[in-house]
Design a protein around this ligand. Sequence first.
Ligand code: ADP
Ligand code: MG
Length: 695
Amino acid sequence: MSITRSTPLTQLPGVGEARGKKLERSGLVSAGDLLGWYPRGYEDRRQIHTIREAPLDCRTCVAAMAAEHPRRSRIRKGLELVQVKVVDHTGALHLTFFNQGYVERAIKAGEEYIFFGAVEEQGRRRAMVNPIFERADKQSFTGCIMPVYRLTAGISNHLLASLARQVLPCAGELPETLPQQIRQAHQLAGAEFALKNIHFPENEEALSLARRRLAFEELFYLAVGLSCLKDRRAQRAAGWALPLRPKEEFLALLPFSPTQAQNRVMDQISADLTSGRPMDRLVQGDVGSGKTAVAAFAGWLCAKGGTQTALMAPTEVLAEQHFRSLSALLSPAGVRVGLLTGSMAAGEKKKVRAALAAGEIDFIVGTHALISDGVAFARLALIVADEQHRFGVAQRAALAAKGGADAPPHVLVMSATPIPRTLALIVYGDLDVSIIDQLPPGRTPISTYVVREDKRQRMYGFVRKQAEEGRQVYIICPAVEEGLEEALPGEGPSLDLKAVKTYAEKLQREVFPDLRLGILHGKMKPKEKEEAMSAFSSGQTQVLVATTVVEVGVDVPNASLIVIENAERFGLSQLHQLRGRVGRGQHPSHCVLITATRSREAMERLHVLASTTDGFQIAEEDLKARGPGDFFGDRQHGLPQMKLADLTGDMRLLTEAQEAARELLDRDPHLSQPEDRPVWERVRRLFADTPDIFN
Ligand code: ADP
Ligand code: MG
């Protein structure tokens, strides 16, 4: 059978209907899909050893001859063994296969095989359990660099690899999509070579060429798409041109004077809003740098110009907090602030929607409910998305479409996830970027300690001390995903989500019977969450036991200590976000990271956090340790999923791809040259989920 890219996988040997279904669940339907399913890693099986020289306890290949006919025996119901002795000129190796009856017939006495597995020493015998094997004259999964794929339930890596091997010949069918000029300028391998070698690399060099080509390609299409997006916006219909107002009028409302960085960013925003060109700006600022004030300024300017602002927050807790602080700040200036969240009573929501449509609310704060149908604005001129990594490009586009016929609204995106500058070029390629690189004065830096379980009692003592001094404390447990079992901090057996609850109850009962404890987690009803949060902000609750729902934005200046359980389970940037919940007032603040990890690497990572409070530096460290994958995870930015870019830690490649994209668009802005059409097609497909972009 000759295989083409569109051949269904179910036509390949070994793939029946059941397996076909399982593969389909991962989006693997045709041979072409499988070609695009890049390995997540590799196993080097090139070295083939003799029995005597094979290293112990790591997976290796051994060449040997079956010295006898395999013996099959049944130990008990459901447990069957096949045993066989194999030999070479250096010695003997005893193989055992569990529940693989077919081996009895597959291995023939006197034949040569390659066995791949871990050699163990059992007394003076050498042995291997459940090796993979193939005849020495028909090697395909030994003696080579083997791909290791992300697995789908019920599909083994071996099956995926054997399917990949079968579909590999059709790699040559793929048209070359990178223009020749770019391939030459950046020394990129051809598409066929890259695909073949990403699955079954001939050697390390071929693998790195393949990776470079494919990762470049992904980043390049992304960069081209984002640049087109930006260009398109620049050419778009005129935006709202708001009347300029002296900033001092707004500053007089603030209970503090703005930092230089806040001032600079407000000026940039003011220039955008009054220019008549739709703004698309990202404000990046570390936790606590005061992004809310900047957003308030933008909303104030719009309200004073007789238009409306919508601020979207990622959680209800945060929306309510913003509503409270923005009302307090802006009502004295006559700005009418409203709140709209999913959990509000239907009647209430209706009233708010009516007021929005009638233009009786100037500044609406809400969650995703704001982009739901049925919300219409009278004169929406500005959309602010807070903590942007929770919103995708598509969601921003949907909200922007609410602008109505008058003009497209200005868009201001605020993010506390510091993204290394190089990466920001790509990730936010479609936005102008402002950075608030300065914290308000008078903050005492947060002291951070990495602490082991044996210091738990001391940590409890510290919590008590803070509470007795009138301060408040967060205790964070790892967020629990639906269906996943999590261990109770500091205890062995795994428990489910009740962990947070059980832990809080236990703390209340056994450790802090005299303190006022509260609890907050994602599975609580919105109403309960709101109550828990306001009890904490008002100081009624002294210790809040919570999951990461408090991660973004929550602002309680009296909180001076945050304890993070199982800290090794969080990414550095996430820990940094959590830590940002304290140190927001004038009190000296502390962050205690509790861990039971034995991994040195994990400890080193945690110590990075103890050594700096600079979010950008932490992000760089995260990038070094884990590659850009975390930043490209689609949760972070809502851009098309990257497959390979997260396998390469090569930051230079990002810049190169970015430059190549710019060069191409300078040369052929509409990608209308025949040789650039394939790029256009690819970019279109990549952004297919994003409405309103390439139509
Ligand atoms: P984030 O950038 O993390 O969203 P916020 O806007 O929540 O930060 O601000 C954090 C805290 O700092 C708030 O309590 C806010 O009132 C305060 N704050 C913001 N700007 C200043 C400033 N220039 N001087 C003093 N305090 C400020
Ligand atoms: Mg914030």
